[in-house]
Ligand binder design. Structure first.
Ligand code: BES
Ligand code: MN
Ligand code: ZN
Length: 498
């Protein structure tokens, strides 16, 4: 899908614009949007609304051919609901509905002339991102591993957005395309089966990104991890035949002396639970347990595309969590890289075991902020469903500011997070008789105790944790990775670079 901006003015009007199809909005109260009016010289659009052929309800569509007031071959009417307050949801549904029709047409190019500046509480930048992201979603394929590919997408390949062609909108479009292409990578990696998408595969993808965007990439293997005393991370990989990979990827787009933002991703390419084996049904979805790592790589593709003026370092701790004769056993005690000993009471709480050493490793970069991203706890889905990622930070001035910054970045990108607590009470739940910390808490608040565990390893810098267990992928009939939280992270970094 190719996106561009097409601005209209008094000379260069929407009525004279040539295109396979132009999408314009109509409303429930039978009113026409500005763009629809401009094409309604002969009254066909008014007539269509009057006749009831289209109600104007959110997401309804009607395709008209040969509209006399339009030079375009087709006009697609798109219902956006109420005209006095176009909601974010309405606009998004309208765009999705239009794209669906576009994909069935014998047209190759389209103009989307929906009221991008009239969405309640949203700006045109948001509207541009919504169109681009929906466009990528519409053509995203999941047949990479099928022997017979799904039929090639028909229809529209080029979309022009009818918005002002100013510097701000041009930048917004470039950023939107970068973020959407980052999400594509994150989705692709998530959906790829775990026998292919191994730690080595993730490392190779990181190296490829390094070549494409001039990132510095370093991959540490088992020997180097042993030398660093990452015994907590290594304990998770014990049962696996796949070699662990610790990936460090650097985009130094800022000033050399500027402290970097560090993104740390959980990269469990398959989580069986280990000796604390998970139940069989649905276990295939644990191929998505590298969603944090995939979001780091996707965000790097986005910032590489944008050539963002900011120093950003990605760290990915990647391995499989498998049972075997060599696997870690419940009750085993390991010494993590920062010296804290951990009693592994449940080998299925492995995410925190790989992350804690990665978080210790992050200290060496004197970071401005560290954000870890992890499909960490099923309990996060119980708490927040699939709508919002869980956000955890310490409760002090600097961290509350960071939490607000992350929440705002998410809200702005329609990729929201919601804050949940950590603190002394939760640390109490992690006490062990035999080690400094247990890797699971006493019952209750499992997402909070997981985050509290991580907090012990982050006291040397400003830190936030995103639990994306509920947001990284969808189950059921439309099973697939979502690309989240690439929009949140990209937006956060864009704001930091500004
Ligand atoms: N990767 C899982 C978390 C998960 C489970 C995410 C289901 C999405 C869907 C994680 O490693 C895990 O197994 N967590 C345990 C922690 C428990 C043992 C304290 C969980 O959530 O059950
Ligand atoms: Mn697990
Ligand atoms: Zn896991």
């Amino acid at each position: 899908m190719d996106f561009s901006i097409k601005a209209f003015d008094t000379k260069n009007t929407i009525a004279t614009a040539k295109a396979g199809v132009i999408a314009v909005a109509v409303f429930e109260n039978k009113k026409l949007s500005q763009a629809a009016k401009a094409l309604d010289g002969a009254g066909e659009i008014t007539a269509a609304l009057k006749s009831g052929d289209i109600t104007g309800k959110t997401g309804t569509t009607l395709l008209l051919r040969g509209v006399k007031g339009a030079a375009a071959e087709r006009v697609l009417l798109v219902g956006l609901g109420s005209d006095d307050a176009i909601s974010e949801k309405s606009f998004t549904s309208g765009v999705t509905a239009a794209l669906k029709v576009f994909s069935t047409l014998g047209a190759s190019d389209a103009i989307i002339a929906l009221p991008a500046t009239e969405v309640k509480d949203r700006d045109v930048n948001w509207a541009i991102r919504t169109v681009v992201q929906s466009g990528h979603e519409a053509v995203f394929r999941t047949d990479g591993q099928k022997s017979k590919k799904d039929p090639a997408a028909a229809g529209v390949k080029k979309i022009a957005l009818a918005v002002a062609n100013d510097a701000a909108n041009k930048l917004a479009l470039a950023q939107a395309v970068a973020i959407a292409s980052g999400m594509d990578l994150t989705k692709e990696l998530g959906n790829t089966s775990a026998n292919i998408c191994t730690p080595t595969h993730l490392a190779n993808v990181a190296k490829k990104l390094g070549k494409d965007y001039k990132f510095e990439v370093e991959v540490l293997d088992r020997k180097q991890l042993e030398a660093l005393k990452m015994n907590s991370f290594l304990s998770v990989t014990n049962g696996s035949e796949q070699p662990p990979k610790f990936i460090v990827i650097k985009h130094m787009g800022g000033k050399a002396k500027d402290a970097p933002v560090v993104l740390v991703g959980k990269g469990i390419t398959f989580d069986t639970g280990g000796i604390s084996l998970k139940p069989g049904p649905g276990m295939d979805e644990m191929k998505y347990d590298m969603g944090g790592a995939a979001s780091v790589l996707g965000t790097f593709r986005a910032i590489g595309e944008m050539n963002l003026k900011l120093n950003v370092i990605g760290i990915i701790a990647s391995c499989e969590n498998m049972p075997s004769g060599r696997a870690t056993k419940p009750g085993d005690i390991v010494t993590s890289m920062n010296g804290l000993t951990i009693e592994i009471l449940n080998t299925d709480a492995e995410g925190r075991l790989v992350l804690c050493d990665a978080l210790t490793y992050a200290e060496r970069f004197n970071p401005a902020a560290v954000i870890d991203i992890a499909t960490l706890t099923g309990a996060c889905i119980v708490a927040l469903g699939h709508h919002k990622s869980g956000l955890f930070t310490r409760d002090d001035e600097a961290h509350n500011a960071l939490a607000d910054e992350i929440m705002a970045a998410g809200k702005n990108a329609s990729d929201t997070a919601w804050r949940l607590p950590i603190g002394e009470e939760y640390n109490e739940q992690l006490k062990s008789n035999f080690a400094d910390l247990a890797n699971i808490g006493t019952p209750g608040g499992a997402s909070c105790t997981a985050a509290a565990f991580l907090e012990n390893f982050t006291r040397k810098y400003t830190w936030a944790h995103l639990d994306i267990a509920g947001t990284a992928w969808k189950s059921g009939g439309s099973k697939g990775a979502t690309g989240r939280p690439v929009p949140l992270l990209s937006n956060f970094l864009i704001k930091r670079a500004a």
